[in-house]
Design a protein around this ligand. Structure first.
Ligand code: MG
Length: 374
C-alpha cells in the first residue's frame, strides 16, 4: 500500500541548509541529515537519559536511545508502507528526543519552572533546535549540524503547529502551515512506541499484571486470549510479548489506514496541499486511537504516578534546582565556554543549556563534585 506516494516529500524540493553545501555524490540531503544526527554527541547522550524508568533497576528498561530506535523503526515502517520519504522520516525520528534534559519529564518541568523565574522558559523541542543549530560543534565551516530546513521544521513542529508571531524566533519555519506528512508521522510513532514500551517495562517491573492490561485495553485482551488459546503451553512472558507485538502491529496499521483515509477525505493531491490543509492528516484510525487512549489511561493510572517513580522525580527535581542555583551563583563551576558565556550574557540561559545537555549519570557525578550530593 504505497497509496500516498503523491504526498511524498521529494528530496529535490528541500529548501536546503542555512549554510549552503555542495551535494554529496551518492547520499541524498536527508540521508546526510540522518547520518549527522547519528554521529552527533547529543545522539550518544540519549543512552544515559531516562525515558520513564530509572536505569539501575533493570538492564532491560528502555532508555532514550533505545526508545528513539523503536520510534525510528515504527515511523520508517509507516512511511515505507505509505510511499513517503523514508530518509526524511528516519532523520526526524532519530532526532526527535535530542532536546530532552536529564531525568525525563521531571527534568523538563523543573528547568521550565526555573527559567520562568527569569522570564524565560524551557521547551525540549526548542532546545533540540538550539542543539542542532548551535550547541553541537563538530564541523569547520558552520556551527551546529547544518541540517536541512525540513528536518529543523519537523523538529519544532514535532507535537504542535503554530501561527506567525506565536513564537517569533520560529517565524522562519512556515508558521500557519502543517509540516509534510513525514514529519506529522513522528509524534504518532513516538506515542505508539512509548505506550507499548512503557507497558512492557511496567510489567517487567511488576507494576502491572498482564490480566490487568487485558481488562483495561480490550484489544490487548482480545489478542491475549487468542495467544492463550493458540499457545497454551507457552510461558506467560512469551504470551504477553506476543500480545504486545500484536498491539504494536494493530496501532501501526491503524496509523497507516487512518492517515490514508484522512488524506483521501481531504482530497489533498500534493505536499503543498498537505501544508495548507487546516489540520494534520496523519492520524490513527478511530479504533486504533481508542486502543492508544486506553493504554495511555492505564499507564497514567498505574505507572506514571506510582510512588517509586514519584519519589525519583522529586529527588531529581530538587537536584536540578540546587544545581541551577549553584551555577548561577558561581558560573566558574561550569567548564568553558559556558563559564564565560554566563558571565557575559544571560546566565540563566547558559546554565539551562549546560544542565539540559547533561546525561543523568553526568548530572549525578557533577552534583557530587560540587558537593550537592554526598
Ligand atoms: Mg520520544
Amino acid at each position: 500500500m504505497t497509496a500516498l506516494a503523491r504526498l511524498r516529500f521529494p528530496d529535490e524540493a528541500s529548501r536546503g541548509r542555512r549554510y549552503p553545501e555542495i551535494a554529496h555524490p551518492y547520499r541524498t540531503p536527508f540521508q546526510r541529515d540522518r547520518d549527522r544526527i547519528v554521529h552527533a554527541r547529543a545522539f550518544r547522550r540519549l543512552e544515559d537519559k531516562t525515558q520513564v524508568f530509572p536505569s539501575g533497576l533493570s538492564d532491560h528498561f528502555r532508555n532514550r536511545l533505545t526508545h528513539t530506535i523503536e520510534v525510528a523503526q515504527i515511523a520508517r515502517t509507516a512511511a515505507q508502507a505509505m510511499g513517503l520519504n523514508q530518509d526524511l522520516t528516519e532523520a526526524l525520528a532519530l532526532v526527535h528526543d535530542f532536546g530532552h534534559p536529564p531525568f525525563a519529564h521531571a527534568g523538563e518541568e523543573e528547568l521550565d519552572r526555573l527559567m520562568r523565574r527569569h522570564g524565560g522558559r524551557f521547551d525540549h523541542n526548542l532546545h533540540a533546535l538550539r542543539i542542532v543549530e548551535r550547541l553541537e560543534q563538530r564541523y569547520a565551516l558552520f556551527p551546529g549540524l547544518n541540517l536541512t530546513f525540513e528536518v529543523r521544521e519537523g523538529m519544532v513542529k514535532h507535537s504542535r503547529d503554530f501561527e506567525r508571531g506565536e513564537f517569533p524566533e520560529l517565524d522562519e519555519f512556515l508558521p500557519g502551515e502543517r509540516p509534510p506528512l513525514e514529519a506529522q508521522l513522528i509524534d504518532l510513532a513516538d506515542e505508539i512506541a512509548y505506550n507499548t514500551a512503557d507497558l512492557d517495562d511496567a510489567v517487567a517491573a511488576g507494576m502491572i499484571e498482564a490480566e490487568e492490561a487485558a481488562a483495561a485495553v480490550p484489544k490487548f485482551g482480545e489478542l491475549w486470549e487468542a495467544q492463550r488459546t493458540s499457545y497454551p503451553g507457552a510461558p506467560e512472558k512469551v504470551q504477553f510479548l506476543e500480545t504486545l507485538r500484536g498491539v504494536i502491529d494493530w496501532l501501526v496499521t491503524g496509523l497507516i489506514e487512518g492517515t490514508w483515509r484522512a488524506a483521501e477525505a481531504a482530497g489533498v493531491e500534493s505536499v503543498e496541499a498537505v501544508r495548507r490543509h487546516g489540520e494534520r492528516l496523519a492520524r490513527l484510525s478511530p479504533a486504533a486511537a481508542e486502543t492508544g487512549g486506553q493504554l495511555k489511561a492505564l499507564l497514567h493510572a498505574r505507572v506514571y504516578g506510582a510512588e517509586p517513580l514519584k519519589r525519583e522525580r522529586q529527588r531529581s527535581q530538587e537536584l536540578i534546582a540546587a544545581m541551577f542555583g549553584r551555577f548561577l551563583e558561581e558560573p566558574g563551576l561550569m567548564p568553558e565556554p559556558y563559564a564565560s558565556e554566563a558571565r557575559a550574557g544571560e546566565a540563566h540561559r547558559t546554565v539551562c543549556d549546560y544542565i539540559a545537555g547533561m546525561t543523568d549519570g553526568f548530572l549525578l557525578r557533577t552534583a557530587r563534585q560540587i558537593q550537592l550530593l554526598g
